[in-house]
Design a protein around this ligand. Structure first.
Ligand code: OGA
Ligand code: MN
Length: 277
């Protein structure tokens, strides 16, 4: 029987006593999904898994979303490659964001497996959007509960934007960065039923019905608030580590502090659902 131990920080939990190759059937998957909704991120250590094991594990939680911007694994298109080579300076995910908020039905989460990690550095930070919401004043909560926001992949993945100058094969298809979506600023989490703040610096453009200029100060306030250290946990990767995060309850941030070393991660994204207030 596996055990869940809350991480010593503001978000996430470690899952002990499990081999994800053999121990995850219907019941266990259901319990892990519940824990994912409650804790926001599940961390696993020492999982020696193949690409097929990774895919089979992901399929226990929903359909796989093949990300349209990331370079895919040569043999398994379901696996996106999150790589930084020793001679590359930019990394993927090096700012607070949550994946896929630009989709109408944002992905439930991502399962990231460490394949090659630098000796030092390359940690990932996570932040807890339940805690961020809970810590707001009643007045601001009320205001935010009446708002929706526009999200877009254009700023990160479109032509002439964040990743565009890096014609290094890691990110592509800027012409597909067209889908915008509108979500409530405060969502009711589909698994836990708890309220979570749902805007992020990677993809949120503005509040619905507001201009970008009008939106900016309040969004900046929320970004500073939600990334306060007390809501976060910094995960140190080892070979065989896995992080399974929920995109609706958390943000993440890939620390880019290992220039000259190689870091190779395999990511599978699991489909989610439309979000409601
Ligand atoms: C991602 C991402 C974080 C990391 O794959 O979506 O942001 O630490 N990665 O590689
Ligand atoms: Mn990401």
């Amino acid at each position: 029987m596996f055990e869940i131990q809350a991480a010593p920080g503001g978000v996430g939990a470690f899952v002990h006593g499990i081999d994800i190759r053999s121990d995850v059937n219907g019941n266990v998957a259901g319990e892990l999904k519940q824990a994912l909704g409650d804790y926001g991120v599940l961390f696993f250590r020492d999982q020696e898994i193949s690409e097929q094991d990774h895919i089979a594990f992901a399929e226990q939680f929903g359909q796989i979303n093949v990300n349209r911007f990331f370079a895919a694994n040569d043999r398994f298109p379901q696996i996106a490659m999150v790589v930084k080579e020793p001679d590359q300076t930019g990394n993927i995910g090096g700012g607070w964001h949550t994946d896929h908020s630009y989709d109408q039905e944002p992905a439930l989460g991502s399962i990231l497996v460490a394949r090659e990690v630098p000796e030092r550095g390359g940690d990932t930070l996570y932040a807890n959007m339940y805690a961020a919401y809970d810590a707001l004043s009643d007045g601001l909560k009320e205001t935010l509960n009446g708002l929706r926001a526009l999200h877009s992949s254009r700023r990160a993945f479109g032509a002439n934007t964040e990743y565009a100058p890096r014609k290094d094969g890691r990110i592509g298809n800027p012409e597909l960065a067209t889908q915008d979506s509108i979500h409530p600023v405060v969502i009711t989490h589909p698994i836990s039923g708890r309220k979570a703040l749902y805007v992020n610096g990677g993809f949120t453009i503005r509040f619905d019905g507001w201009t970008e200029d009008e939106s900016k100060p309040l969004l900046q306030y929320l970004y500073a608030h939600a990334s306060r250290p007390e809501f976060t946990y910094r995960f140190k990767w080892e070979k065989g580590s896995i992080a399974f995060w929920d995109n609706r309850a958390t943000w993440h941030y890939a620390v880019n502090d290992y220039h000259g070393s190689r870091r190779v991660m395999h990511r599978i994204t699991v489909e989610g659902c439309a979000l409601s207030a």
